[in-house]
Design a protein around this ligand. Structure first.
Ligand code: UDX
Length: 432
């Protein structure tokens, strides 16, 4: 199929590249001309394992190209995917101005039947608005269909998640676009659910909010574990063996962040209010999440007493492992709160250092350390804020010698408690 993807961010670039990888002809559009030139030169502005080789291979094969002109993309495609940002607003609602702007631009260049697919995460009933907008601004009044096709990509695993999706969700108003949508996804060999547009839009918010709920649930259980001497990792293992529960997303820690969970939770709560339902359960998910950070900070002050002037090593700045993304990162939030207490930080992240510098500027109290094994040098304690697997391979004997006193706060339960205590550390983790 000839496909156009509008928006080359985490979702659009990965989606377009994977579509090309399975044999489709793909045009990726971005209104940022500098970014388009970067992509045409083979420079990938985001860290996503495996993405750069995929882009290079498909550009070389002539299946993938980039342009900043929407008309170029729309006129040369049968199906147009909207994958532009839908950022959160202060009141928790979603800013749909990019979606509306792109819908109007598409309307202006429709000259034959097209399928317009909403890939961006949007509140339910946005598809109706997109359809009304295109109808209103379309000069040619040609026929078109609007489809909802939400994405379920995890950052850091986006290529894997798209090449091997658990399911493909397609929301339609009429049956006309179904054949083409099935043809697009047929090479991915995944279950395809064809449903109405509203259900498809709701599946996204309902799934993401449920994953966040699962994390807050195990984080709430971690508080009970601490109060009763249980180990939340053991509890999660015992729960997770039940196939109806599953072990994933039961890792207690300093809480969830990222550009999706916090935003999708707020949006889901907001859209629920707008249709007359007070989604208390999700508000509780948010407050438990915020509580985890408060509790972790209290652990640090209970152990170190005064933080002012203390030198702390922080491992991890990204919102999770395998990504360079620091948007709504709990690790950055933790650093900010430690700085507010007067602490001085030596920070490290395998991939997110560059993006972190923009939001946590280096200075007298924030030193960026390139080598993981140098972070603890001269510090009063070492903290783990992001679940990068490489942190578990740090030389703990050396860390113990580098620290003024062997104290480690593990916000992601990466280390084995018995091993840490055997090594003589004061070891504080979450729910154990
Ligand atoms: C999420 C959804 O997983 C994905 O399906 C959706 O398309 C987009 O939002 P993402 O935000 O990229 O993906 O990351 P995810 O792996 O879900 O982790 C989100 C946050 O939860 C991270 O801060 C992570 O550290 C935290 N987390 C995850 C936990 O605290 N505990 C867990 O068990 C799992």
């Amino acid at each position: 199929m000839r496909l156009c993807i509008i928006g080359t961010g985490y979702v659009g670039l990965v989606t377009g590249t994977c579509f090309a990888e399975v044999g489709h002809q793909v045009i990726c559009v971005d209104n940022n001309e500098a970014k388009v030139r970067q992509l045409q030169a083979g420079q990938i502005p985001i860290y996503e394992p495996g993405l750069d080789e995929l882009v290079a291979r498909n550009v070389a094969a002539g299946r993938l190209r980039f342009t900043h002109k929407i008309a170029d993309g729309v006129e040369n495609s049968e199906v147009v995917f909207i994958a532009v940002p839908t950022p959160p607003q202060a009141d928790g609602s979603v800013d749909l101005s990019f979606i509306e702007g792109v819908a109007r631009e598409i309307a202006g260049c429709l000259t034959s039947y097209k399928i317009i697919v909403d890939k961006s995460t949007v509140p339910v009933r946005t598809g109706d608005k997109v359809r009304e907008t295109i109808h209103r601004y379309s000069r040619s009044k040609v026929e078109f269909d609007v489809v909802s096709n939400p994405e379920f990509l995890r950052e850091g695993f986006a290529v894997e998640d798209l090449m091997k999706p658990d399911r493909v969700v397609i929301g339609v108003l009429t049956q006309r676009p179904v054949i083409a949508m099935r043809e697009i996804y047929e090479p991915f060999n995944a279950p395809i659910i064809v449903t109405d547009i509203h259900s498809a839009e709701l599946i996204k918010h309902a799934a993401n909010s449920f994953l966040a709920l699962k994390i807050s649930y195990i984080n709430a259980v971690s508080v009970l574990c601490e109060a009763t001497g249980a180990d939340v990792v053991e509890v999660a293992n015992g729960m997770g063996l039940d196939k109806r529960i599953g072990r994933q997303f039961l890792n207690a820690g300093i809480g969830f962040g990222g550009s999706c969970f916090p935003k999708d939770l707020s949006a889901f709560i907001k859209i629920s209010e707008q249709v007359g339902f007070d989604f208390q359960l999700l508000k509780e998910v948010q407050s438990i999440n915020a509580g985890q950070m408060d509790r972790f900070l209290k652990k640090i002050t209970d152990t170190l007493w005064v933080l002012k002037g203390k030198r702390l090593g922080v491992l991890g700045l990204a919102f999770k492992q395998n990504t360079d993304d620091v948007r709504m990162s709990p690790a950055i939030d933790l650093c900010r709160r430690l700085l507010a207490e007067g602490a001085r930080l030596r920070v490290h992240d395998p991939k997110a250092m560059e993006k972190a510098r923009a939001v946590l500027p280096p200075g007298d109290n924030v030193e960026y350390i390139d080598d993981l094994h140098e972070v603890a040098e001269g510090c009063d304690a070492l903290l783990v804020a992001t679940e990068w697997p490489e942190f578990t391979r740090i030389d703990l004997d050396r860390v113990r010698r580098q620290l003024s006193h062997p104290i480690l706060f593990d916000g992601r339960n990466l280390f084995d408690r018995a091993e840490m205590e055997r090594l003589g550390f004061i070891y504080k983790s979450v729910g154990r």
